[in-house]
Design a protein around this ligand. Sequence first.
Ligand SMILES: *Cc1c(COP(=O)(O)O)cnc(C)c1O
Length: 357
Amino acid sequence: MTTNELEIVQSTSKKDKPSQDQVPFGTIFTDHMFTMEYEAGKGWFEPKIVPYAPLTLDPAAMIFHYGQTVFEGLKAYRTEEGRVLLFRPEKNFERLNLSSERLSIPPIDENVVLEYLTKLIELEKDWVPSTAGTSLYIRPFIISTEANLAVAPSKTYKFMIIMSPVGSYFTGGLKPVTIHVEDQFTRAVKGGTGMAKTAGNYSSGYQAQANAKKLGNADVLWLDGVEKKYIEEVGSMNIFFKINGEVVTPALNGSILKGITRMSIIELLGTWGIEVNEKKISIDEIYQAFQDGLIEEVFGTGTAAVISPVGELNWQGKKMIINNHEIGELSQKLYDTITGIQTGKVEDTMGWTVEVK
Ligand SMILES: *Cc1c(COP(=O)(O)O)cnc(C)c1O
């Protein structure tokens, strides 16, 4: 028996599909999931598509104690003709391996795993919603499963893919959000795990997010962990500014997550003749530009929202209102183009989409 042939166990009872526009993010899952095991000395084995179900794990499984885990997030989109498209999925598996390397997790074979994902989506095609702004959110992840309390890398892992239909991120168009510039808590520091999609980076941000919400903000803008001076990210998105005609974004420095949306925006703007200046950007510099009336647009970027315009930044009691709380022209154009490519409405001249047949 070969252990590397994909086994498919079909679910005998199919769940009801939720109404397309009222699905709270990440609460409903498709009928099947993908699983694969790893053992030191043996490698990855037993790839399977099985009915979606809870796991049984030893309470001493390392994931519960030391957080050795990584994840990814991507989406499948439905076109008007009913085709199903993925957006640059190979970049997600490439990044998963980068995250794994940082967390001492063994790499997966990116191409083979993309084939397994394709098989899973083929089986769950009916779950890809079609209403404007909806998609099927895909969550690949790896957990450490060895039952052992020693502080050392696990010798066994489980790789899984689960999928969840999601409604439109913005109901009623893009709405600029109010953001608190965080100067107490830190998301990540250079040399830490900020560039990896790993669990602890997110739970360590909750306290700052709760404080920001209490003050009437939707989320936080993270500054660098050493000087609390340089801009890193907004919530779990990358951030861009348009200042006096120039587009700038923080340069990747080891603590910033390397967003695929960020990369795509830089590449797309390049084809429009707009060069993005990737550099260190201080919050003082942003405040000065604001006072000089030079800040034209601010927006976050990520798979969930694609573009999330920022309408207001609050920093140490100072309020910066951006573009009169309205969405900027460039933000709107980027949103329309990228979501257009993802859903087949705009021709994909970049070669970014992969069709699942
Ligand atoms: C996932 C993520 C992003 C955005 O990455 P995309 O690939 O564009 O979805 C940005 N920042 C953080 C912290 C993230 O986890």
